[in-house]
Design a protein around this ligand. Sequence first.
Ligand code: FE
Length: 255
Amino acid sequence: MIDIHCHILPGVDDGPEKTEESILMAKEAVKEGIKTIIATPHHRNNRYYNSKEEILKKVNKLNDELTEIDIPLTILPGQENRIFGELIEDYRKGEILTLNNSDYLFIEFPTSSVPRYAEQLLYDIQLEGLTPIIVHPERNKELLDNPTILYNFIKNGALSQVTAASLCGYFGKSIQKYSKLLIEHNLTHFIASDAHNLRNRSFKFSQAFEIIQKEYGSELFYFFVENAELLSKGKIIEKDIPVPIMRRKKFLGVF
Ligand code: FE
């Protein structure tokens, strides 16, 4: 299986500080059935700056280290871009890294809000020939409060990725419930770990896929497994027509 969102590179962000920790994470990933990880360090989230060139170098280095000690895990390059106004200019300058050099680009919103220019930027990213993937929409307060915003983004061509731990309930009941609603309404296309460490932000990958298998069956299980594979190869992913979430906030029990 492929995990398309993971902070496994050492010393680049709030993931592992040292290579030894990255190796321990790699071992855990293998235990969870993961064979390939797209390393997605934070970029321009007000704390961390990880340009394309730096990430490519560090991915090569970690792959060499994993090979040396026979850990059967491949690291591919990626980047978790916090949304910012000059993203397209930076992409043209060669500082922005898509997921394994495909046409898929991770976009992260701030925790509590969705910038007003997001709609235009998501559109402009697509004009640039890229497909934006909104990471963990279930953990953004504005999208939780108003699912129609996400529905419109998806309807207009963006994709989204739900975090495994959200689906398992580690970020609370509301986020778990919302994650399930996103799956049920065809508003998400990927499940990924967004793992940062083995203490409090671990993979929860197999647990999430067990939930999907149990609650939604094999078809959706393979939908998510295959989409991660297709993405990693730069191929067109599967998607179903998104459905608006009509339930009231009160019923949802969020905020
Ligand atoms: Fe992340």
